[in-house]
Design a protein. Structure first.
Length: 74
């Protein structure tokens, strides 16, 4: 239980930093406000999460901590 919570926390920290950094990168390279870049990054992230869900269900040998890290946290 505690290992799963730590996995979610690590994934959440990595995901938040990734989304923020990618949003800044997109908004600085294109002429658009930060909220538009953030919206685009979140839409891309939702699509990738769907692909990752299908990928993770096809590989049942992943550890119990890796699944929540990727799907819930990141």
């Amino acid at each position: 239980m505690f290992g799963t919570l730590i996995s979610i926390a690590i994934g959440g920290a990595l995901g938040a930093l990734s989304r923020y950094g990618l949003g800044l990168l997109i908004s600085s390279s294109a002429v658009m406000p930060l909220w538009v870049a953030t919206l685009g990054v979140n839409i891309i992230g939702c699509s990738l999460m769907g692909f990752m869900a299908a990928f993770l269900f096809s590989y049942p040998h992943l550890s119990d901590q890796m699944r929540p890290l990727i799907m819930i946290g990141f």
